[in-house]
Write a protein of this length. Structure first.
Length: 94
């Protein structure tokens, strides 16, 4: 029974990661003016943080699990989601 629950939770976290990464990519690609009105006002540091979180979410969402322990942690939702949230706060709400 616990393997089934673990599989469901793992699948849900992968789906959330994939949908979050897709949402960030869609906003940045389809409506870049939401990030900045002109090219001189782009919050580069915050945008890099947002895109790094998005990249980690893509990796996790597609199901890649690195053998290296450090990379496994970096590409987990424990890292990807907070990095995306902090980056989104810096880009969109700050």
């Amino acid at each position: 029974m616990s393997k089934t629950v673990g599989g469901i939770v793992r699948g849900l976290t992968r789906a959330v990661s994939l949908l979050a990464a897709l949402g960030v990519a869609a906003v940045v690609i389809l409506y870049p003016r939401l990030v900045a009105e002109d090219s001189s006002s782009v919050p580069h540091g915050w945008l890099v943080l947002l895109l790094m979180g998005m990249s980690a979410a893509w990796v996790h969402g597609f199901g890649f699990v690195p053998e290296n322990r450090i990379l496994r942690v970096l590409f987990s939702p424990v890292v990807a989601w907070p990095v995306m949230l902090i980056g989104a706060w810096g880009v969109f709400l700050r």
